[in-house]
Design a protein around this ligand. Structure first.
Ligand code: TIU
Length: 227
């Protein structure tokens, strides 16, 4: 497969080892009445990245590369929700409360679903995670090991919270991580910029960043075919 144009330098992609992980593209973070809005955020920013996340997912599917989805959510009995998380901040609706899209961030509720435009297809792994990081208290590490995945391309929300936390977890576990710039977003534009700068600083201390077009060019079946 070869190099993908990236910062701070080219990302050395290996087709047998590469997967896309789409973090928490759920209605609760993107639509009015959900968890993101209950924390006082302008959620309209999140919907704007949907077309770029969609073409990245479609590019991975077309190349025959795995797509993994995550969802931040909790059990209906809240047994995996520490009080420290439930009580944090001053939200108008807390995790587990009944909102306009069902109970906030609870598994199986309408608001917890992945946006319909980005819905997983048959055979794609969906990881339900109680934390901000996708490795904590989930089967993600075992799934990646079983599939032989050692490199992860990241998309999803929010850049500095669940995306960055998961990238740091993955980096410490030995995965090479590449963040797709137009396919991630924060409620705070300055936090997105700062998170990307932190990730790629010091010679890719946490990982690389790249434009969606360059990632799609790097994984295109045409290019794999000629590798
Ligand atoms: N609040 C915020 O920025 N993010 C989260 O609570 N979760 C995720 O980032 N998925």
């Amino acid at each position: 497969m070869g190099d993908i144009k990236a910062e701070p330098f080219a990302f050395p992609a290996i087709s047998e080892a590469l997967a896309l992980i789409v973090i928490d593209m759920q209605r609760d973070f993107a639509e009015p009445g959900g968890f993101g809005a209950s924390l006082g955020n302008d959620v309209s920013r999140i919907m704007k990245i949907v077309p770029d996340v969609k073409r990245l997912i479609e590019g991975f599917r077309a190349a025959g590369l795995p797509v993994i989805h995550t969802m931040e959510c909790h059990r209906p009995d809240l047994s995996d929700l520490p009080p420290a998380k439930r009580d944090r901040g001053n939200p108008s609706l807390r995790i587990g409360d009944e909102g306009p899209m069902g109970r906030i961030l609870i598994s199986g509720e309408r608001g917890t679903e992945i946006l319909s435009e980005l819905a997983p297809i048959d055979g794609e792994v969906v990881i339900e995670k109680p934390g901000k990081g996708a490795f904590y208290a989930t089967e993600l590490g075992d799934v990646l090991k079983a599939k032989g995945i050692r490199q992860l391309v990241f998309a999803g929300v929010t850049t500095e919270v669940c995306v960055q936390t998961t990238m740091r977890e993955a980096n410490d576990r030995g995965y090479e991580c590449l963040l797709a710039e137009e396919a991630t977003e924060s409620y705070f534009p300055e936090f997105k910029e700062a998170a990307m700068a932190m990730i790629r600083a010091q010679g890719a201390i946490v990982g690389w960043t790249a434009h969606v077009d360059d990632i799609l060019e790097g994984i295109s079946p045409k290019r794999i075919g000629h590798a």
